[in-house]
Design a protein around this ligand. Structure first.
Ligand code: NAD
Length: 357
């Protein structure tokens, strides 16, 4: 297959971690006979320096016209004093809106090799943590009317059936590509919007008979994520609930440098990025952990290009790297073998194998 990938290296550690992810994609292309064509896109502080704009239209166009976008991270103290509309992060918001990515998917996966990094009890971690939260990203209370009248403040929580249906479909389709269990999280014992949410999810369930749908109230879900995370495969939920639950879920897995994410809209063209920022404190020192970005590239293979074997090969290579005891500084523990960003990438690439070789 031939795929066009827009590449945003960004600022700080962005260029270092993206370089390793591109080498991983090149290795996958070589092994599986694909062609990945990369188009460089300037966004963030580097775009402000070059164009005076964190994401010029011409750069956004390259992303919208691509098959998917791989992003490192943007931002840094150099641009902190600029007005809000000119800051590097504004480029990111413009990119998400411009691409129409309404579904944010963040996996909560604990690598058994790093189980000591989780704040949860060993007995819980040992049962395994491997689920994805599918969060509605451009609707709900964050996008409703906000106003303050005297001593009263009002935020409107509004969803229509279309908005729920399109994120619901992402939830079902994500579950179809995994273990076929979808948990719909809402607050239908109190909120009308949640009762509509639940109704739409159950209507959709008829179109996905291979997926087992369950319902859970959000307060119970917050508890279950720390009590019994092994029960979850895919969680689908509205914007604010997803915001809170996905932060809770990322925390139980340990290091920020390990966690990838994807954001998808109506088309298969997605935005893939690690969840961390540009880490200016370690930029240019070959200390960054590129695994969050490498796993974001694996998500791109799985969810945008439907290259499941290829995605498995990358994830297995990361696992083999951890098995061998290699560690970047952020996940270093007793007995680990310290490596830098580039060496980490090289070792993972050496572990990428086709099929059962
Ligand atoms: P950060 O995530 O960049 O860093 C927090 C801490 O985690 C730092 O100590 C850093 O060294 C460490 N860290 C982060 N990623 C790492 C990695 N891959 N390997 C090893 N260590 C890693 O958060 P911050 O310091 O609050 O923000 C720095 C800049 O990044 C700010 O300008 C912020 O606005 C921006 N930011 C960008 C994004 C994005 O591009 N999506 C997200 C968050 C923050």
């Amino acid at each position: 297959m031939v795929k066009n990938i827009a590449v945003i290296r960004g600022d700080g550690i962005g260029p270092e971690i993206v370089n390793e992810a591109l080498k991983v994609l090149d290795r996958v292309a070589e092994l599986y006979g694909h062609t990945f064509r990369y188009t460089d896109v300037d966004m963030g502080g580097c775009a402000i320096d070059k164009y005076g704009d964190p994401l010029p239209e011409s750069e956004l166009k390259k992303c919208v016209e691509s098959d998917s976008v791989l992003l490192g991270a943007v931002g840094g103290s150099k641009w902190n004093d600029l007005p809000g509309s000119m800051r590097p992060e504004k480029g990111l918001l413009r990119l998400r809106a411009g691409m129409g990515v309404y579904s944010n998917n963040r996996p909560a996966k604990i690598w058994p090799q790093l189980s000591d990094a989780s704040p949860l009890k060993k007995s819980i971690v040992e049962q395994g943590i491997d689920f994805i939260i599918v969060r509605e990203l451009i609707g709900g209370i964050y996008f409703g009317e906000h106003k303050t009248e005297g001593d009263t403040a009002i935020d409107v929580l509004k969803y229509n059936e279309n908005e729920i249906e399109r994120i619901g479909r992402i939830g079902f389709e994500t579950a179809q590509k995994r273990n076929k269990r979808l948990c719909s999280v809402e607050k239908s014992n109190v909120l009308d919007s949640s009762r509509l949410w639940k109704k739409v999810m159950h209507r959709l369930a008829g179109e996905y008979p291979d997926v087992e749908l369950s319902d859970m109230l959000v307060d119970n879900c917050a508890m279950q994520i720390v009590k019994n995370p092994a029960q979850f495969d895919v969680i689908v939920t509205e914007n604010m609930f997803g915001d809170i639950l996905s932060d809770e879920a990322s925390m139980i897995t340990g290091s920020i440098g390990m966690i990838p994410s994807s954001s998808l809209g109506a088309s298969s063209c997605g935005l893939y990025e690690p969840i961390h920022g540009s880490a200016p404190d370690i930029a240019g020192q070959d200390k960054a952990n590129p695994i969050g970005t490498i796993l974001s590239a694996a998500m791109m293979l799985r969810f945008s290009f439907d290259m499941r074997a290829e995605a498995d090969a990358v994830e297995n290579a990361v696992s083999a790297y951890l098995d061998a005891g290699w560690r970047t500084a952020d996940i270093m523990s007793e007995g680990g073998k310290l490596v830098g960003c580039r060496r980490c990438g090289e070792l993972i690439i050496e572990n990428i194998k086709r099929g059962r070789e």
